[in-house]
Design a protein around this ligand. Structure first.
Ligand SMILES: Nc1nc2c(c(=O)[nH]1)N[C@H]1C(S)=C(S)[C@@H](COP(=O)(O)OP(=O)(O)OC[C@H]3O[C@@H](n4cnc5c(N)ncnc54)[C@H](O)[C@@H]3O)O[C@H]1N2
Ligand code: MOO
Length: 395
């Protein structure tokens, strides 16, 4: 591990080995968090008709101010039965069709409703009328290919009349945990054993990132067990292992993967935690060897596996999505590696401030759990002062 890749180079190498998964048709309601494979077009004008933005009276601006005859009442979904003539007004609800002949809506609060007539003040032409097609016109692209279907985007497509979308298939990810010392709660620990935490963490993080996760199991540091489990894991789109990627005699993952035909693309990244991360490919399967220390595993997953899942689904912006924040405490930089520091974020007048939590060692998952932000301290000289702008990922 003499010359380590920078995190940026590591991510670039990973993304360059990704082959986007084939797409399939998906019901819109089931497409949340997935990535659009083709542009989605509006099937209607939106709004589909000139609609009222207020509860009030529809009229012609040229007739105001004055007293107008009320010749109808329009509700949302119940349009007027005839056009509006000069000198007339119609009661109208928010979302109602502005009747033909009307061009303006006066809100209830500034009109005097006298039942058969209404007194209205001066108005500006077009006030409170939402233009037909003002949001989008029928046939236009509402969302481009490569966009993730956030709740806002799902709503936008539903409003456009779209019921099915084309999305990349959900990536299948196999998670394999290695380590003879690992037990699952509530089993009792024997001398030298600890509770396994990376498997559940990875399943949660990868499910949140849109993967279908298959827990291949927990294997001890034994080559035969490794071989059988890794061979199964290699059937998935992505294999993520935890532990066994360092230099010790019981670190078997890379060796067994090589025997099973995995081409190692790199091993080792100039970052802390997570330095001994390994990445390889076999066919189209991406193979991530995350270090066993729990915080190292978490950081490796967020920085490299999650973007790879986005890239597999054809996301236009698969890369890191660091948000800007201000350091609340000075942090020393390392000359050659990036540090990823766990911090607590607080929103204040100056923006988001980030306070590193106490206990930054890579086995301290409980200390990390007090944090909600992963702060990048870029390699370089000296220290970052209080108030320095840094990038962070929400945890
Ligand atoms: N001589 C060297 N030793 C180590 C180096 C090194 O460069 N030279 N690197 C250290 C770093 S950095 C890390 S990170 C770890 C990574 O080691 P492995 O990926 O081989 O992980 P393990 O040895 O299997 O485990 C490390 C640590 O984490 C605990 N662990 C493992 N899996 C889990 C799990 N699923 N849940 C909870 N805890 C887990 C394990 O018990 C160990 O304590 O190597 C350093 N060593
Ligand atoms: O990176 Mo190890 O990931 O420093 O504990």
């Amino acid at each position: 591990m003499s010359s380590l890749l920078t995190p940026e180079d590591a991510l670039e190498r990973i993304v360059s080995r990704v082959r986007v998964l084939p797409s399939e048709q998906v019901q819109l309601a089931a497409a949340a968090n997935r990535v659009l494979a083709e542009p989605a077009r509006a099937l209607v004008d939106l709004p589909p008709f000139p609609s009222s933005a207020m509860d009030g009276f529809a009229l012609r601006a040229a007739d105001a101010p004055g007293v107008l005859a009320v010749v109808g009442r329009v509700a949302a979904g119940r349009p007027a039965e005839r056009p509006l003539a000069p000198g007339e007004a119609m009661g109208i609800s928010t979302g109602g069709v502005v009747p033909e002949g009307a061009d303006t809506v006066v809100p209830l609060e500034i009109a005097v409703d006298r039942g058969d007539s209404v007194e209205v003040p001066d108005v500006s032409y077009g006030d409170n009328v939402r233009r037909r097609g003002g949001d989008i016109a029928c046939g236009e692209v509402a969302l481009a290919a490569g966009l993730e279907l956030t709740p806002t985007r799902i709503a936008a497509l539903a409003a456009c009349g779209v019921s099915r979308v084309s999305c990349a298939r959900v990536p299948r990810v196999a998670v394999l945990v290695t380590g003879t010392e690992l037990r699952t709660p509530p089993d009792e620990l024997r001398e030298g054993e600890i509770y396994e935490s990376n498997g559940v963490m990875l399943e949660a993080a990868l499910t949140r990132a849109g993967a279908a996760v298959d827990r291949v199991g927990v294997v001890s540091d034994d080559a035969v067990e490794h071989r059988e489990a890794i061979a199964r894991g290699l059937e998935a789109d992505v294999l993520v292992t935890s532990g066994g990627v360092s230099v010790g005699p019981h670190d078997l993952v890379r060796k067994v993967e090589a025997e099973l035909g995995v081409e190692e693309v790199f091993w080792g990244i100039a970052m802390r935690p997570g330095k001994p991360l390994a990445f390889g490919v076999r066919g189209d399967t991406l193979v991530f060897g995350l270090p066993g220390n729990p915080v190292s595993s978490l950081v490796g997953c967020l920085l490299f596996v999650v973007p790879a899942l986005r890239a597999l689904q054809g996301a236009a912006d698969a890369g890191w999505r660091f948000l800007p924040g201000l350091l609340a405490a000075p942090l020393r930089r390392n000359a050659v590696r990036d540090d990823f520091v766990r911090a607590r974020s607080v929103w204040g007048a100056a923006g988001v401030t980030l306070s590193p939590v106490s206990g930054q060692e890579s086995h301290m998952i409980v200390r990390a759990a007090a944090a909600d932000a992963l702060v990048r301290v870029p390699r370089g000289e000296g220290e970052l002062p209080v108030g320095a702008t840094v990038g962070y990922l929400p945890l």
